[in-house]
Ligand binder design. Sequence first.
Ligand code: NAD
Length: 357
Amino acid sequence: MNYSIAVLEGDGIGPEICAGAIKVLNKVGEKYGHKFSFTRYDIGGAAIDACGTPLPEKTVEGCLASDSVLLGAVGGYKWDNMPVDKRPEKGLLGIRKAMGLYSNIRPAKLWKSLVSASPLKYEAVKDGIEIIIVRELTGGIYFGERGKGGEGKDEYAWDTEKYSVYEIERIMKIACELAMKRTKKIISVDKANVLESSRLWRRTVHEYAAKHYPEITVEDMLVDNTAMQIVKNPAQFDVVVTSNIFGDILSDEAAQVTGSIGMLASSSLGDGTRGLYEPIHGSAPDIAGKDLANPIATILAAAMMLRDSFSLQREYEAIEKAVESVLEDGYRTADIMEEGRTKVSGSRMAELIAERI
Ligand code: NAD
């Protein structure tokens, strides 16, 4: 099969980490008989420099014409003082909107060979963990009605958390599809003991799963308890589905328990199979151009693209296994280096992974 991939390298370490992912994808293509074609488009600071806007029309058109999109990272010191609508991050928000992406999937995976990087006790993480948070991305309190008024001690401000059945069902569908490829268990996180919107959320996720995915077990967990359980017993989680604000907070907490930002990938999906796949970290301007950046997050983002956009489960597993084998053999980039291991550059790490596909 032929797949066209739009590559938005962005700024800082973006070009280096995308090069690593492309190397691995080409090896997967060779081994499994697929052809991946890559077309680069500007985004973020690089696009501001080239065309005066963080998201040129050509980039949007290129992404919409592709089968899927791989993104490096955007931002850097150079553009920190630009007006708000000309900031590199505007490019990211814009492309998500243009592609109609309403879900964000973030697997917080702690590999067995990296358990010592976790700030949690060894007993809690000894077998590795993988918490996959499916976050609703375009609704809830971040997009609800808001307002302010009054003066002095009577000055006030308010925001609204509002969800419709339609919005809850479509994010639940994404969580169910993912759970079907894994343990068939979903934990749905809400605050149904207090919030009306959470009570609708709770009722809808159960009704949706029972009707469309009867094999899946859905368990509810209150958000405050979830925050505790992630540090107490992270191994109990697999797929977690939740609202925009709860997902925002819990996905950062889950990422932190893995202890290595350079290893974590994320994807954003909408209707259809085209998605936006990226590492969760930023453009790391402090190490850009030094071949120090860990490419694994971006390589795993590319692996998620194979599984979730192209339904290439075997090829996804091949990349995961290659990463695991390189880590087990003790190779580490500077950010995850430990005593007694072999330190390698970012480009060498990508080569080692590609060699093991
Ligand atoms: P950052 O994630 O870029 O860096 C935080 C720290 O982690 C730095 O010390 C960096 O060197 C290190 N790091 C990050 N990725 C790494 C990797 N792959 N390998 C090794 N080390 C890595 O966050 P920041 O410093 O707060 O932000 C830098 C820029 O990135 C800012 O302009 C910010 O706005 C932008 N940013 C972009 C995105 C995105 O594009 N999705 C996300 C977050 C931040």
